[in-house]
Design a protein around this ligand. Structure first.
Ligand SMILES: [Zn+2]
Length: 140
């Protein structure tokens, strides 16, 4: 599972926070804050206890959330095993209608072989999966 995204707006920009206060405020483990420090979150100085400026933390989290967004382009599924958008194996895709207008596309990951799903509207199949012959499945 991908790590949960934290909400940068929970941090007040004009406050300073200790590692414990940040962890409490965001509902995360103290070690997560230490990881962020390794990833480039700068404390105010080298003093103890380590203090972070709220504005710095908020900017760091916003940048981090943006980096992690990985939109699926045409012909791609988001693979939860690979944690990246992947093309379907053998260009084989099934469409399972859920209602008259939309359904689930289903394919195996071309990299790890895991099952991948993507919601799509029935009229958008050619646009979402260009050049791929989508097999129409039965409604469950
Ligand atoms: Zn995969």
């Amino acid at each position: 599972m991908a790590a949960r995204r934290v909400n940068p707006s929970l941090i007040k920009v004009h406050r300073t926070y200790t590692v414990c206060e940040l962890a409490d405020r965001l509902g995360i483990h103290k070690n997560t804050v230490r990881n962020w420090q390794r990833e480039g979150l700068e404390p105010i100085d080298r003093g103890r206890p380590v203090l972070f400026h709220g504005g710095t933390v908020r900017a760091f989290l916003k940048a981090r959330n943006t980096d992690r967004k990985q939109p699926c382009g045409p012909g791609r599924f988001y693979c939860f095993r690979c944690r990246t958008p992947q093309p379907p194996a053998e260009a084989m895709v099934d469409f399972v209608p859920l209602n008259p207008r939309s359904g689930n596309l289903r394919a195996l990951c071309g990299t790890c072989g895991g099952l991948m799903h993507r919601r799509a509207s029935a009229t958008a199949l050619a646009r979402v999966m260009p050049g791929i012959e989508v097999q129409m499945g039965q409604a469950p």
